[in-house]
Every structure is written in C-alpha cells, then in structure tokens.
Ligand binder design. Structure first.
Ligand code: G3P
Ligand code: CA
Length: 287
C-alpha cells in the first residue's frame, strides 16, 4: 500500500481521454494512479458496462445513429421523467456498435477531436486490463466501482449484484464498491465482505456525515466518499473515529490547484479521486 492517500483516477484519466474508455484507463495506469474509478450501469442482457449514467446520449453517439431512433423514450427513473436512450434497452452487442464521446465537451474541447473510435467497455474488460497492467508493472492496481441506479435496475428486473460479484470473482484485485444508494449498500453488505463506500454529495444526504450519521454508516460501510466541498479536518476526524476511511471527489485541473489537493491531504483523507492523476501525484510529491 502506498504511504500517501490513494490516488484514484476518476473514470480513468478523464481529463485527457474520453471518460470510461479503455484508453482512459490505460493512460491513468501509465500516469501512476493507484486505483481507477468506474461508474457502472447494466445492459438489457444484464452485462455491467462503464458509463456515468444509463441514459446514453451524453456519453455515446447514440443520438446520431438512425438505427436506434425508435429507442428514444421517456422513462420514470427514481421519481423523475427522463427522455433519452437507456442502457437497459440495449443488448451488449448493440451497445458495442456505439462510439464513446467526451461527456463534458465545453470543459474538455481537446477530448472531442478523436483520432480513433472508442467503444464502451464492459466491467470485465476493464478488470482484465487492470489485472494485466498490474502484472506487467509489478504493482497492485485497484478499482473503485460505483454502481449507478441499482434500485432502478432492480425495479425493472435487472439486479446488478449477481453480475458484479461474478465479475469480481473472475478477476482478483483490490476493490472498493461505492454507491449513493444506501439501500443497495446495505443489501450488498449482507452478501460480501468487500470494502463498501457510502458516497455523499454536498447537496445530498448530508445527514449521513453528522456524528450520528457516520456511526450509522459504519454499520454497513467501510468508508465515506465525500464531495470535496464537504471536507474539513473535523469531519475527516469524526469519520475516522467512527471507523470509516474518507475518499474525496473530484479533483480536476480546470478548477483545483496543487494546494487544494495538499489541503485535502492535510485534512487527513485516505483517497483522492481525480480526473488528472499525474497532477495529483505531483501535489503529493511536492507536499
Ligand atoms: O466516485 C465518486 C464520484 O465519482 C461520484 O460522482 O458523478 O462523478 O459519479 P460522479
Ligand atoms: Ca463515480
């Protein structure tokens, strides 16, 4: 284990390559990341794939593909109406016909000039890449797997626990499983001893990071993953007292300085989730 906080490459090296592509993960590892982070959604045939959200139009070229025009639909997801193309309406084979695109073109115009086609990787493909690269480089690279919309997928008969645990059984590597959905983490706790991370956003379930909230979280999780605006030395200390590690998201060069990363280290965090793993490693080296 490194002595510094874990440097966790957010969606790969997503500051430099379209997020959630094998190219993005490969670059993150080459830049020295300790772990890589993936968001996961499911296909119609129950395969977990790396995408930030199950609505596919921001992260793929689906809207430009006439053969899928009739899949445009409006769906109630967790109480909200969403219009678009949904991963749960596509088989893996269909999803593999789509090209991955930069999700934040305004922030990252450089990532929109593709010199090649990037496809949507499965969880299995990313895990295989990480295991191969760990062997090749002689260091144990890990993964942080964020499960998106688990309750929604369960409600439509596509629960994600089985494919998740099956993929992890097939590839041995350090893993954290993360989610915003408390119910999902509680149910997973009953099935696995894998380290679980309760994610908390600055405008989300902040009741989970009070003294009482942290003690409750410690009953089913091993860490909290906090949006960086929430972090203070006091909160990190309270989480540690409750027996929880603290991961922070998301550092990005466009808005954060080296000193911002160093302040989080001084606050005592255990993991830094970053779009630019090279900059974050440099902040640690200079600290
Ligand atoms: O992993 C924590 C962080 O990634 C959660 O937010 O939107 O980037 O998935 P998001
Ligand atoms: Ca995430």
């Amino acid at each position: 284990m490194p002595e510094h906080p874990l440097v966790i490459a957010h969606r790969g090296a997503s500051g430099y390559r379209p997020e959630h592509t094998l190219a993005s993960y490969r670059l993150a590892i080459a830049l020295g990341a300790d772990h890589v982070e993936l968001d996961l959604v499911t296909t119609r045939d129950g395969v977990l794939v790396a995408r930030h959200e199950h609505e596919l139009s921001r992260t793929t070229d689906v809207a430009e593909r006439s053969r899928y025009a009739d899949r445009l639909t409006t769906r109630l997801v967790d109480g909200h109406e969403v219009t678009g193309w949904f991963s749960e309406d596509f088989t893996l084979a269909e999803l593999k016909t789509l090209g991955a695109v930069e999700r934040q073109p305004e922030l990252r115009p450089r990532n929109t000039r593709y010199d090649r086609r990037y496809d949507v990787p499965t969880l299995d493909e990313v895990l295989a890449l990480v295991v191969d690269e760990s062997r090749r480089l002689g260091r144990g690279i890990g993964v942080c797997l964020e499960i998106k919309n688990a309750m929604h997928f369960a409600s439509i008969g596509l629960p994600v626990e089985e494919p998740l645990l099956a993929a992890l059984a097939a590839h041995r590597l350090p893993v954290h499983v993360m989610a915003f959905e408390q119910g999902f983490l509680r149910s997973l706790r009953g099935r696995t001893g894998l380290p679980l991370v309760q994610l908390v956003g600055a405008t989300g379930r902040v009741d989970l990071v009070t003294g009482t909230g942290l003690r409750r979280v410690a009953q089913y999780a091993d860490a909290v993953g906090l949006e960086k605006d929430l972090v203070s030395p006091g909160l990190v200390g309270s989480a540690h007292e409750a027996g929880l590690e603290v991961f922070v998201w998301t550092l990005r060069d466009e808005v954060d300085s080296i000193e911002d990363a160093q302040e989080l280290v001084d606050a005592g965090v255990d993991g830094l989730i970053t779009d630019h793993p090279d900059t974050t490693l440099e902040a640690l080296r200079l600290h």
